[in-house]
Design a protein around this ligand. Structure first.
Ligand code: SAM
Length: 275
């Protein structure tokens, strides 16, 4: 008998992946967690029925959350990751020698535990000496750490359940206050095919808080529509003002210095959303 995992990305559309084995399927204190082995994408982490990351395509998203921001800030020593319990963004951050400290705050310790066990190449950086892992609500953390971070990355689940308040104006104000005077943040901001209104509302809210706001995108095949956006809010530094020829080549598979500015060139229907 064939077994397939289907993610309903809207009420009437989804993706489906043939399953070889189910490693974990449990209700944590915060969400339903599954870790499955798929034919096409390898090991897959699923939270509340939504694909979070897979062995095969994880590098795209994790590189694009980390590198544009860290190549825009001139001296990113103190970095915070809100969410990101699979460790992929942390692994990418550690490729930047200027980073002295990475604080990861994920609300669900089970994500961290199972990612270390079943996604070792993604979670590989979580035990690094520069990394501090906290199991806590990111919303609370940023309000308790004012003027502390150079870069903040929000690698959260969709704005439902535990992440509902991570897409609000109050959260972006809290991020602003947790950043140092020339700090910047980046957040994953979903897809324009099924979540256009979310992209628009986030863009509006971030523009009310930050003077520099830029949207960029990447192709993540296992995420809804495959066209994934990211929103950067900055107190001073503009990602489009970076001299990409000065960006060092690093061990990446999607991001390159040449792609740094190109990622901010949006398809017209997306550009129109964030004008
Ligand atoms: N790349 C994925 C995406 O774009 O949907 C996100 C992956 S990461 C595993 C998402 C993490 O956000 C989960 O581990 C979840 O526990 C965490 N999370 C959700 N709400 C949170 C909150 N309020 N504070 C901290 N972490 C939170």
């Amino acid at each position: 008998m064939e077994l397939w995992y289907t993610e309903k990305q809207t009420e009437s559309y989804g993706i489906t992946a043939k399953v070889k084995e189910t490693y974990v399927h449990e209700q944590t204190d915060f969400q339903q967690l599954a870790m499955i082995e798929t034919e096409e994408f390898g090991t897959m982490l699923v939270l509340d029925g939504m694909v979070m990351t897979t062995d095969k395509d994880e590098f795209v998203y994790h590189e694009m959350v980390a590198h544009p921001a860290l190549n825009t800030h001139p001296n990113p020593e103190q970095v915070l990751v809100v969410g990101g319990g699979d460790g992929g963004v942390v692994r990418e951050i550690l490729k930047h020698e200027k980073v002295k400290r990475v604080v990861l705050v994920d609300i669900d310790g089970k994500v961290i535990e199972y990612s270390k066990k079943y996604l070792p190449n993604i979670a590989s950086g979580l035990d690094d000496e520069r990394v501090e892992v906290h199991v806590n609500d990111g919303f609370m953390h940023i309000h308790d750490h004012k003027n502390e971070y150079d870069v903040i990355m929000v690698d959260s689940t969709e704005p439902v359940g535990p992440a509902a308040n991570l897409f609000t104006r109050g959260f972006y104000q809290g991020i602003y206050e947790a950043l140092k005077e020339d700090g910047l943040f980046v957040a994953q901001t979903d897809n324009p095919w099924f979540k256009a209104d979310l992209i628009q509302s986030v863009n509006r809210d971030v523009k009310e808080v930050f003077p520099v706001v830029r949207v960029f995108w990447a192709n993540v095949p296992t995420y809804p529509s495959g066209l994934w956006t990211f929103t950067m809010g900055s107190k001073q530094h503009d990602p489009l003002a970076v001299d990409e020829t000065a960006i060092p080549e690093r061990e990446t598979k999607y991001y390159t210095p040449r792609l740094h500015k190109a990622a901010f060139v949006l398809p017209k229907f997306v550009e129109d959303l964030v004008k």
